[in-house]
Design a protein around this ligand. Sequence first.
Ligand code: DGJ
Length: 623
Amino acid sequence: MAFADGVRSVVLRYAKAAILTDGEAPELVITLADEHYPLLVDLHYRLWREHDLIERFAVMRNTGDAPIRLEQTLSALWHLPLDETYRLRTLGGRWGGEFQISEVSVPLGKQIIESRRGITSAHANPWFGIDRNGSASETHGDVWFGALAYSGNWKIVVERNAYGQTMVAGGIHDFDHTWKLDAGESFTTPSFVAGFTAEGYGDASRLLHRYQLDVVMPRSTASTLLPVLYNSWYVTEFDVNFENQAAAARKAADLGVELFVMDDGWFGVRDDDTSGLGDWSVDKRKFPAGLTPLIEYVNSLGMEFGIWVEPEMVNVQSDLYARHPDWIYYFPTRPRSESRNQLVLNFGRADVQAFVLSFMHELLSNHKIRFVKWDMNRSFSEPGYPDAEDGREREVWVRHVQGLYRIFAELREVHPQVMFESCSSGGGRVDLGILRYVEDFWMSDNVDPLDNLLMYEGYSMAYAPKAKMMWVNDAFHWTNRSPSLTFRFHQAMTGALGVGANLLRWNAEEMAEAREHIATYKRIRPIVQHGRLYRLASLRQGDWAAFQYVSADATETVVLVFLHASRYGASRRWLRLQGLAPDAQYRIEGAETVLSGAALMARGVQIELRGDLQSTLLHLKRL
Ligand code: DGJ
């Protein structure tokens, strides 16, 4: 931080405290004041009692008449008990391999997880879990955990010093970051939510999931069920037209799909990824009469219609770029580096925001669109803004995110009937900040179901099952595996269900099987989307993965069990369930077996699977 006279030292003293009770949750606000300069810092602690979480953010206020330069604007610093050694668990990976769990003993010094890509990033996710030296499991042990509600450059620093202190700091990244706080202005950091449980990583996840369902997710759909969707991307790619979308839609409707989503390729001149981004008018070569005939056709089949956009981007080959080459981030003397042939629009600019809002309003007002897949397919490179006000050049990173949130807020307000999906080449923008504006996350472009089970284990450490969108597919170029339709469905049914396969190639038997899976999913959907998740078995520790969902009142439970590969004959295991009422009796649907909750949790159910990539689904109901 620096004051107008060049002083770079801050001396904050306690000024006052207040408890606010008029919001959704009680909030303690501690105000600190600089001893000498007109700077106030409000530390907000919002207490989510029912979720056992604390949300912390800070507001910096300039009450004087000269600017103050902020250089580090972290959201919170959490202290762990003294004189312990800890293990840190993080989520990271890459495109097509998001949410891999990694663990490291917290070393002396600093361990940093971060994104400097402009977006949340697939390489690291703003969540942490810490336990005492690896002593916590899914069900036992002390776990400290937290997640940042931010979709731009972020960092979480875990520090252990030689005095036995361990701390976790987190917030907006200080890399290339300054913020000019003019007279009378204030700056609010994103929220950093954190908690503690003595009952292992499973409970830590459930606390975060419940908080997301009850507090974070858009209120309009938080308690309604997300539809089963179909997405045409892997089938038609950019080659979309009325005929091929209508043909896919007929098949999808026949399966019981409720929402048909047309992906990339419907606008501008967009025959591949080299052109068209920025030109958001319907391509008349592909849809001579516009989108309405397709939407009406989809509606006539009993489905809602959804569409893909990537508003933060522009191709050099586009009318938009020809008109506004200065709307992107660039330095005049440096190359304008392209990635996937595209450049990032400067969302901090008011004219860019107005442009995006105007084409989105037009699209959503003139068409019966119920779902928007909002994509973002590259990281930032040269973050220049030559027209930025003096001293505000480095604000681009934060202003981009603020612009994005502002646009989402307005779109949701003006078009309350529209749901949104956050996609960034898969799971590159999955965080609690964007979750306030979207119904779901596209978890990964890698749709291989076995890889997905591993990613889902990591994803679900932090994020609610309901927000995980994955499609049942039939091409697995990432891994070249050939899983059965059942395995693919069961895997995709662990969250919000989608289908992305080429249905025109499915035979009558496959269609019938898929129809049955979708009908089953609709029966279990309330438990999967709104219940509590228990991770019963992990592919990281063996050949099995199992995810159990329990309804809020524990009257129903669903278990999805997966086997990677049989070894040495039959693969059998007892799966001990969790979260049931011990004294209640439960019947396994489709079987005569009745067992008490206590027996199901102490002894379990025996599962036998044989072969490679096998799976089964159990649905138990309380008598
Ligand atoms: C990347 C996304 O992750 C895909 O699902 C698809 O929407 C493509 N972009 C379209 O360009």
